[in-house]
Write a protein that binds this ligand. Structure first.
Ligand SMILES: Cc1ncc(COP(=O)(O)O)c(C=O)c1O
Length: 441
């Protein structure tokens, strides 16, 4: 019987009862369920860092606009598949004011979360040219995107960018793109799980190679504005959110409302298709759609089939939030800065107790403090670490499920951890450190 912060016997029994072979190998939802049962029996609260869900209330401007929209009767009416005009216009303005990118409202399409935007894009882009049928993941990445590929039966290739930062990225990317089978590249920036952010040099490399090899770049901006090292919050003024759109006209951006506007529950995101891609004709599309025009096929083929558009009232919510941000009346970056502040303290607590940050640099700069960070402990694989940390009341997920080659690492998400829990976190990490002295490994 070991003396761990959470009752050793209860944790061991609950793991056995869960039937999980290893906590470290479990999916995010399985970890969540297991910890709920341990919390219930012991009455001890875990420092929960496994799920990437917003920890803040939804932006009120959106909630009010949505209520108004419902009162006005929109619930009875099918939405236009391409989105309500005022939302499309505000998305286009948002792109100009916060990304410094010109995009026609036609290519600004609401989707049922960014999740659906990804699904729709993978499906449509990989049908443009029968030769180009494979997506390239710039990993580590969001595991569900790979699951979407498996469900769709679309091929993908991937590599971990950790060892290919800066100039090295060019040669590595060309080794894939020159084969001719790659239709598109996908990455998130800031990155889930590692919180690395591509530098301007790297974005330029990606954009220029997309032009050279006629490959679509899918840039997932789920954490828009949340690289707090630079404040992008003033509309129409630099600095802007870094984007590959400054280097290529062959892009699709996914802008999620879930984290930036804490609007995850209403399942609404934005897919932004560049004017060039929106209007492009691709012979391969004719096999599946009535039109060979990409934008048309996307809206009236793919999005129509998936959900016939996006629920009306959340569209009015996001239109109102974006309008307030675009008009300089709502600072959406300020509203989520607390994530970065928490990360700074939590990373310090980990590193003071023998842990290392796994993905720690953007070329020459230390990575930002934000929604996620990655840690390891000497002598442990990520899986072993999670199996052990659960006895210390700390939960996270293994990097192994994200396409990372850094199998020693785990991902910690700061959003659900309350400042009042920092004392518990510190004590538990100290206990862990004492019980696992690095010399004994
Ligand atoms: C990188 C990334 N992309 C997409 C999503 C999903 O966003 P949405 O809630 O808009 O579907 C997430 C959510 O965690 C994410 O981390």
């Amino acid at each position: 019987m070991k003396n761990t912060p959470i009752n050793y016997e209860v944790v061991t029994r609950k793991i056995q009862e869960s039937g999980l072979e290893s906590v470290g190998k479990a999916s995010i939802r399985e970890v969540k369920k297991l910890i709920n049962t341990i919390e219930e029996e012991t009455g001890d609260k875990f420092v929960r860092m496994e799920m990437g869900i917003p920890g803040l209330p939804a932006v009120q401007i959106g909630v009010e606009a949505e209520i108004e929209a419902l009162k006005s009767g929109v619930a009875a009416i099918y939405p236009d598949i391409q989105g309500v005009p005022q939302l499309k216009n505000e998305i286009s303005r948002f792109c100009k004011l916060f990304l410094n990118v010109d995009v026609n409202p036609d290519g600004c399409i609401p989707t049922v979360g960014s999740m659906q935007g990804g699904f729709a894009a993978f499906m449509t882009v990989n049908r443009m040219d029968p030769e180009k049928n494979t997506t390239l993941f710039l990993d580590p990445g969001f595991p569900v995107h790979k699951q979407q590929h498996r469900v769709l039966g679309i091929k993908y290739e991937s590599f971990d960018v950790y060892n290919y930062r800066g100039d090295k990225l060019k040669e590595k990317l060309e080794s894939y793109l020159s084969k001719g089978n790659i239709s598109s590249m996908i990455y998130s920036n800031p990155n889930n799980p590692s919180w690395i952010c591509f530098t301007e040099k790297e974005l330029k490399i990606i954009g220029e190679l997309a032009n050279k090899y006629n490959v679509v770049v899918m840039e997932d901006l789920a954490y828009f504005g949340m690289d707090f090292r630079q404040d992008i919050s003033t509309p129409g003024e630099p600095p802007y959110q870094p984007t590959v759109a400054h280097y290529t006209d062959n892009y699709i951006l996914f802008i999620s409302s879930s984290k930036a506007f804490s609007y995850a529950g209403q399942r609404i995101g934005m897919m932004v298709i560049s004017d060039g891609l929106f209007n492009r004709k691709a012979e391969g599309l004719k096999r599946f759609y009535n039109s060979d025009r990409f934008g048309y096929a996307m809206i009236f083929g793919t999005v129509y089939c998936l959900s016939s558009g996006t629920a009306q009232s959340p569209q009015y919510a996001i239109a109102a939030i974006l309008k307030a941000a675009n008009d300089g009346k709502y600072n959406f970056v300020e509203a989520v800065k607390s994530y970065g502040e928490k990360a700074a303290v939590m990373k310090k607590l980990f590193t003071e107790n023998g842990f290392n940050i796994v993905y720690d640099m953007d070329e020459d700069n230390p990575i930002a403090d934000g929604f996620y960070f990655t840690v390891s402990y000497p002598g442990f694989t990520g899986e072993e670490l999670l199996n052990e940390l659960i006895y210390y009341g700390i939960s996270a997920i293994s990097l192994a499920i994200t396409g990372s080659e850094r199998l020693e690492g785990i991902r910690a998400c700061v959003s659900l951890v309350k400042v009042e829990q920092f004392g518990d976190l510190e004590y538990r990490l100290q206990q862990f450190h004492q019980h696992h002295t690095v010399d004994n490994q």
